[in-house]
Write a protein that binds this ligand. Structure first.
Ligand code: DGL
Length: 261
């Protein structure tokens, strides 16, 4: 039987990527790691987030995963490409797929990217988009992650914050949702950005990239095991905004995580 694919994020955002992966790879089993005890990653120092990513990768390798998907833009910006080079199984991040998604749809060549402070300050999206000859507008939207984790994606608060961050956007035709939590608040972002701006995220292109390398049918039946470092009921509650979780949710003591590997 094929080994599972490990997927991780600071919270529930990576479930948007897991959903796309499960659609493209229906026979594969997955392990989803949600580091809810330490969410958000977006305001933490780069070296700290990098350390979290290495710890989680070591834990996933102990579970004998066939590959790892870093379903978090902040962790991708902080830990890749180093983590991929140091890990004995294939590792995918979500930034290259986000760039590719924008490249495919922009007509004007003027593209925006929104993400956590960590992702935007790292400048990885901006560098990769500019290397393709695109004009880039980048904006950090740190409070969006909290809205999603608190189940407030469709609230007056979300509307006010979206206007605060996005209302003065320049003339762009494409906006990358450069945080895996943001597809959950897409309706609010869409209202503020207007119909003329295409919203793209990395989930589908990431799943395409993984499916191009790993056989889609792992004869495993498509199961998911969730590991969470925070509370299980809170995780289930928050995940409900992304369609809920199937499969067991296993709590982990984050202070013991470094013992893995
Ligand atoms: N979902 C994450 C990302 O894609 C991280 C959010 C956070 O923990 O700040 O960046």
């Amino acid at each position: 039987m094929a080994k599972p694919i490990g997927v991780f994020d600071s919270g529930v955002g990576g479930l948007t990527v897991l959903k796309a992966l499960r659609e493209k790879l229906p026979g594969r089993d997955f392990i989803y790691f949600s580091d809810t005890a330490r969410v958000p990653y977006g305001r933490k120092p780069r070296e700290m987030v990098r350390g979290f990513a290495y710890e989680i990768a070591a834990f996933l390798l102990q579970q004998e995963v066939a590959a790892i998907v870093v379903a978090c833009n902040t962790a991708s910006a902080c830990a890749l490409p180093g983590l991929a080079g140091d890990t004995p199984v294939p590792v995918w991040g979500v930034i290259d797929p986000g760039v590719e998604a924008a490249r495919r749809v922009t007509l004007s060549g003027r593209v925006g990217v929104i993400g956590t402070k960590g992702t935007i300050e790292a400048g990885v999206y901006q560098d990769k988009l500019r290397a393709l000859g695109l004009d880039v507008w980048a904006q950090a939207c740190p409070m969006f992650v909290h809205l999603v984790e608190e189940g407030l994606a469709e609230s007056d608060e979300a509307e006010v914050l979206a206007r605060h961050y996005l209302e003065n956007h320049p003339d762009i035709d494409t906006l990358i949702l450069g945080c895996t939590h943001y597809p959950v608040i897409q309706p609010v972002i869409r209202r503020v950005m207007g119909e003329g701006v295409r919203l793209v995220s990395s989930a589908e292109v990431t799943a395409e990239a993984v499916a191009a390398v790993l056989p889609p049918d792992g004869s495993g039946g498509g199961s998911v095991i969730h590991y969470v470092t925070g509370g299980v009921p809170a995780y289930r509650h928050t995940a409900a905004v992304i369609g809920g979780v199937e499969g067991p949710v296993i709590p982990l003591d984050v202070s013991r995580l470094g013992d893995a590997g």
